[in-house]
Design a protein around this ligand. Structure first.
Ligand SMILES: NC(=O)c1ccc[n+]([C@@H]2O[C@H](COP(=O)([O-])OP(=O)(O)OC[C@H]3O[C@@H](n4cnc5c(N)ncnc54)[C@H](O)[C@@H]3O)[C@@H](O)[C@H]2O)c1
Length: 244
């Protein structure tokens, strides 16, 4: 029960990796704030948790908005004075070449994927005691990518640099900051990706389950990872290890 007595915020908690992380944290005793753009899916995650005897609350939020992130933090603080874990999982993709993409669409991806990590760092960490942890969800696209997803790949590379830098800033406060970089995971985001549908992005290697990523995220968010800081853990079933 690694999260007993702990308040955990998970963004993107309504689906896929975020939902699996919420369920795992709650199963291990955590009070989970399930934040998602889609309130109905966040509530469905909460219903699964409470149905299994756990505790959670849904929070509707566009995590690319500072005000929305601050409201999620306030919702978490209604449960208690401290936040012990924040998982920045929510993300979006666009599929337009850089020379054609609207400026607003480029910066929207950066706001949702990377701005959200900044907002939770800025407004969440003042309420995090020593021993707390942040886990940011990156992607194999931070290392190698496909055409037309430059905003997404840039945001994920940014997340990994942010993770290292912020880990250093938080070291004196005893707050760890790490990232996971998933490979192909069986979620709507994978199967809705036009590059995957067209075969431009080849799914070489095994496809992971959301629970495989939840296991890694919960490890990094827990005291089991007390000596892991500023790291990005590649969780891709060996996809990037292959020379091709
Ligand atoms: N599935 C994969 O193969 C894969 C691979 C690499 C990285 N990832 C990363 O894993 C994370 C989770 O992805 P997933 O595959 O579980 O996707 P998913 O589509 O199953 O879930 C994403 C969730 O994020 C929510 N969301 C989207 N925009 C939001 C916003 N602005 N504010 C709040 N919530 C928002 C969606 O409503 C959805 O519930 C993402 O960061 C993604 O980049 C996934």
């Amino acid at each position: 029960m690694r999260f007993s007595g702990k308040t955990c915020i998970v963004t993107g908690g309504g689906s896929g990796i975020g939902r699996a992380t919420c369920l795992q944290m709650a199963a291990e005793g955590g009070y989970v704030v399930v934040a998602d753009l889609d309130l109905a899916s966040a509530q469905a995650t909460v219903d699964s948790i409470t149905g299994a005897g756990g505790t959670a609350v849904a929070a509707q939020a566009d995590v690319g908005s500072s005000a929305a992130v601050q409201s999620v933090v306030q919702k978490a603080l209604e449960h208690g004075a401290a936040i012990h874990a924040i998982v920045n999982d929510a993300a979006m993709m666009t599929f337009t070449p850089i020379v054609d993409i609207a400026e607003a669409d480029f910066f929207k991806v950066l706001s949702v994927n990377l701005g959200s990590v900044f907002f939770f760092a800025k407004y969440g960490t003042p309420h995090m005691p020593t021993g707390s942890a942040i886990v940011n969800v990156s992607s194999v696209h931070a290392f190698a990518t496909t055409p037309n997803v430059v905003p997404y790949a840039s945001s994920k590379g940014g997340i990994e640099a942010f993770t290292r830098g912020f880990a250093i800033e938080m070291q004196s406060r005893g707050i760890r900051v790490n990232a996971v970089a998933p490979g192909s995971v069986d979620t709507p985001m994978l199967w809705n990706n036009p590059n995957v549908k067209s075969g431009v992005e080849k799914l070489s290697g095994p496809i992971g389950k959301p629970e495989d990523l939840a296991a890694a995220i919960c490890f990094l968010a827990s005291d089991d990872a007390r000596f892991v800081n500023g790291a990005t853990l590649l969780v891709d079933g060996g996809r990037l290890a292959a020379l091709r």
